[in-house]
Design a protein around this ligand. Structure first.
Ligand code: ZN
Ligand code: ZN
Length: 343
């Protein structure tokens, strides 16, 4: 079968590989749609993976074509899979905070992923509720975006976004735009989008943002204070991996507000000077989130299936797997929003 494999830093190859084998319990999924994520791009530029070569891709949906006896009833079903495989038995899993599981590994990150015609779904994915049937009204393309959406869902739940909140989001890439849609679904009164790329800012406007700020052209702090009557935003989500954006978040959050450093900073750039007195005197909560628990994955799917969050406008490019390298270079150039491969 065809697979898009990373061999080393900046060495991605479309090649013919053996079909994945069942190897005990679990299933084989025929991949029908798989999204390219910033994490895949980061893997390409750094070559940082626990093993190489590896088939990338962790945002995917497809149909189960083969399964061990235990999961036989899944054969023929359309499913979406949480790529994070949790042990289900450790202290964190028992607490419902699976994302902290020290035994976690991920499809497309630690084992072969979904930029291929077929991918192996381990037994443990089923055991922790990570394999969900796709409701009939959702396409495979939409379902493939449940993974990033559920990570955003977790981020907002932890921030406690609620009715009437003024939410500022820094970064209007696919993740920032998912946060915009979710914040509206969570009842935010106003969503302020901040983005240095005017094209992305314009899309944010079309998708329902109440205020658009280009911090490269405008005084961000001044504008947010105008919009909020001098108070600042109740919650700020940093959806770009840029240290300066994290600093900006502290400046534009209201007293007693909440900040989520949702995007990680690139390796070697993690340490930035911040004014901790802002945290102290404004008495704000700064937190970080990544990934999603099985519960959050399920909820995100339910929200999309119910029509509360429409992901379709985020899909700007669809490629075949044979065009995988072109799809990837489109992502590298930062063109479009969500790029989906249909193997
Ligand atoms: Zn991802
Ligand atoms: Zn665990």
């Amino acid at each position: 079968m065809l697979a898009l494999r990373l061999h080393d830093k900046e060495d991605l190859r479309l090649e013919d590989v053996d079909l994945p084998r069942l190897e005990g319990l679990g299933a084989i999924l025929r991949v029908r749609a798989t999204g390219i994520c910033a994490t895949d791009v980061k893997a390409y530029t750094t070559g940082a993976r626990t093993r190489l070569p590896i088939t990338l891709g962790h945002e995917f949906a497809g149909e189960i074509v083969e399964a061990s006896d235990e999961y036989r009833e899944y054969i023929g079903r359309r499913v979406v899979v949480n790529p994070n495989i949790f042990c289900g038995r450790c202290e964190y899993c028992l607490r419902g905070e699976h994302v902290l599981c020290p035994n976690r590994y991920a499809i497309g990150i630690d084992v072969d992923g979904s930029f291929a015609e077929y991918v192996r779904i381990p037994d443990q994915a089923f055991r922790v509720g990570g394999v969900l049937e796709i409701p009939g009204n959702l396409s495979y393309e939409e379902a493939s975006l449940i993974e990033p959406l559920s990570a955003c869902f977790r981020g907002q739940r932890k921030l406690g976004i609620g009715p009437g909140d003024i939410v500022a989001i820094i970064g209007a890439g696919p993740i920032g735009l998912m946060h915009l849609k979710l914040a509206k679904a969570f009842g935010a009164a106003k969503v302020i989008m901040n983005e240095i790329d005017d094209r992305r800012l314009e899309i944010a406007g079309k998708l329902g943002a109440d205020y658009l700020i280009n911090p490269a052209k405008e005084d961000l702090e001044k504008r947010v204070h105008e919009i909020t009557g001098g108070r600042g935003a109740d919650a700020v989500i940093v959806a770009v991996g840029v240290g300066a954006a994290q600093r900006d978040a502290l400046r534009i959050v209201a007293r007693g507000g909440r900040v989520n450093f949702f995007a990680g900073l690139p390796a070697g750039k993690e340490e930035i000077p911040i004014n901790t007195n802002i945290i102290h005197y404004k008495q704000i909560t700064v937190l970080g989130t990544s990934m999603q628990t099985p519960f959050e994955f399920r909820r995100a799917l339910d929200l999309v299936a119910a029509g509360v969050v429409d992901l379709k406008p985020l899909i700007t490019h669809v490629f075949g797997l044979n065009e995988g390298l072109e799809a990837f270079s489109t992502a590298l150039r930062g063109e479009g929003l969500k790029i989906v491969i249909k193997p």
